[in-house]
Design a protein around this ligand. Sequence first.
Ligand SMILES: Nc1ncnc2c1ncn2[C@@H]1O[C@H](COP(=O)(O)OP(=O)(O)OP(=O)(O)O)[C@@H](O)[C@H]1O
Length: 844
Amino acid sequence: MTVPLSPSQYDSPALDDGCSSVRVAVRARPLIEKEIVEKCKECVSYSQDGKQVVLGKDRRFTFDHVFGPIVSQEDVYIDCVKPLVESCCAGYNATVLAYGQTGSGKTFTMGCGNNASLLEEELGILPRAIRQLFECVEERSNQAEFLIKCAFVEIYNEEIKDLLHPDTPSRSISIREDANGDIVLAGVKEEVVTSFESMIRFLEHGSVFRTTGSTLMNQHSSRSHAIFTIIVEQRSIVECTNTNDVITAKFHLVDLAGSERAKRTGAVGMRFKESVTINCGLLALGNVISALGDERKRCQHVPYRESKLTRMLQDSLGGNSRTCMIACISTADTNFEETLNTLKYANRARNIRNNPVINRDPQSVMLNQLRQEIRALQVELLNLRMHNMGLETVSGPQSLEILLEDESHREFLADIRARADISVGMTAELNAVRRKSRESEQECLKLKDEIQALELLVNKLQEEMLEMRIERDHCQLKLDEVNSEMMALKQVVPRWESCNDIGFAVKSHLSEMMKRVVGGIDDEGSGLASSESSFSSLDRPASADTAMRKFEKDLNPMTDWVTPRDSGLIDRPKTQPEDSQAVGSMRNLFSPSKADVKRVNCNSPNQANRGTRNIINQHLRTIRVLEERLAVKESDVKSKDEALKEATEDLARDERIFAEKMKEIKILKKLAQDLSNEKKTLMQKTEKDASIISRLSEEAMAKEDELGRLRTSIETLQTGRPDAFVMNGAGVPGLPVAVMNPKGKNDDCYSDNMENSDEAKGDVLDGSIDMGDTFDQACLSDLSEKLKVGDTKEGFLSEKIAFEEQKHLEEDERVQTREFKRNKQRFNLLSNCLWPKPCETRDN
Ligand SMILES: Nc1ncnc2c1ncn2[C@@H]1O[C@H](COP(=O)(O)OP(=O)(O)OP(=O)(O)O)[C@@H](O)[C@H]1O
């Protein structure tokens, strides 16, 4: 949760009032060696309650704290300074100043000197405050970021010297009032410190350069007013906080030079001059204290400008600082008068009332306000969108905070984009399914072709097989016939053997048998016709030689008959040697050699029988050849059978795959249909969303315009605040005109001190004032004509406001145009997200 920097958190109750008076403490030092030697006596006594000091017998003074000579450094610190360090951490300015006559113990109390040689209990306010500050920073490091800086200056002879950078010339250092009315030292370099040790080093380094001198009153007398300033800048880092404004607090630790009387200090020459300026400064401080302490004088004029010291301490005295003055006194009776003056002086300071406030950067305060307004508008816009989307809206600061962090414009857009992504994803998925379906279909077509090719092959094989079977059967038939013929021949052979002359009857019988055999093999029987006609001619009586010649001549064409015919079964023997042999045998069978014919034609019965046997043997050989051929045919048919079986199995498998693919296609088509429906639904929803978006865009445009106007206001407030205004110096009527430039940096801030007022007025009127880049010259020249001596701030501001309003109107117009363009771009972007181009336009 937010841990705002609240005054009460760090304030001691004593300081926690809206208007706090300057706290005054008195510290009396013990008699020093010199005073003891001089036999001085103590002339100061203290009340029991620690609030009163009595000088002499009856001079009684009451203060916030009174510390006697035996009070330790630590006690002084705890009572006077510790609460101030705490309030400084909370963002308040604080000041501790040590006042008193020379040698009264101011430097000892403040700890401005060389601390290295001191014991822990001897350490003064400064080292203790620095230590506490860093402890506080450490404690709060999880709540805020801190930037600690320090500066160390002295006012010597009315000149300011930068003790951390002694080379810096005094003339380059000036006291100015910044835009917020805070006193700043221009020209003094602040050093960033990150630890106690480094700041102590800077303190000691600066102390070395401090002007000191020896006087009769104090061997190590400080001849200047030393001001060590610690600047604490912090920015909250707690996440849930609404404010992240910068808080800056300054802690001045002032060791004043001691008031002195030249007669007592023995100051002459240089020391005397120092003494005069020291006393002048302290006098001016006294006047300021008087003015601030006096009710009547306070509302008139406080003479801060009388000296550099009072000008520097303007914030601390009567300003917004919490201040504690420690009046150091000597208890020695020899210093009675100085002590009395110091107590009177301190007593007046008690009446000073300061008005401490947390030093928030006004610009960051304004920014925070505007930021909160913007956040409220954003929440309103978001709620409107959620309402339009049908979502539950939230209310209440905590819920709004959560909503703002968790739900934002981005989320709304992310939702729309997610839907668009889903749509794109589904389209891609749909396309993938379609692609797959198409691939499956193509595969199916390919399978179909393959099946068709296989079917053709099977058919062809079946046809071939059928043909071969027929052929085989045919061969088988012929073989059977030949066998039966052979059997018949075998029966007639014995009869021929008993007959001496086979003559014409045998020839005729053989011719007949051959005719049948050959005719069985060759259906066409072309050769048969000729042989038949040849043998029919045998019926006529002729000589045996003539008949044989005719027979031989008639049979000769049979050699031609065997060769050129069918390329199938009959052709093959032509290329195979054994077949050639078989064909040769056939030829021998059907075309007997001359020797055989002679043998057959011989008149010897033995010779005739032998010839007949030879013919029969040849015939048997032919039958064997035919049987072999038949076996080959049968094995061929068998292999074809196997191929057919294989092809049929392939066909069945392909048909199964085809069926599966078809089933897959069906599923894919169904899926594609589902996806298409889903896409359609989504598109409808998206269209609905688009109309909501367009309506919301219009609303957003209106809101953005409003935001734009607010932003412009912020910019104007940041950079374009009134460039200059004229006011009477220090708010006192009748004083010369001063020119201020509240928007510029410190360096650009024109001094408003009285000495410069006339000059400034002249510069403004003639338009030649140089305010740096941040000064609006056009505006100034426009307004300079209207500037007159004595013009009031209000009059000037009304002119200025009119001018600014005109500027705002122009700016508004520009912002609106810009926002319209931006929203248009956003809408186009959204449209692209919502209706992406489909990866593939082809639709099944
Ligand atoms: N409370 C104290 N207890 C013991 N010694 C002290 C105390 N206060 C001051 N002294 C001693 O008194 C002497 C003078 O003190 P210091 O230099 O601080 O005076 P001062 O007011 O700063 O003088 P000046 O104005 O001239 O610089 C020193 O020696 C210092 O040690």
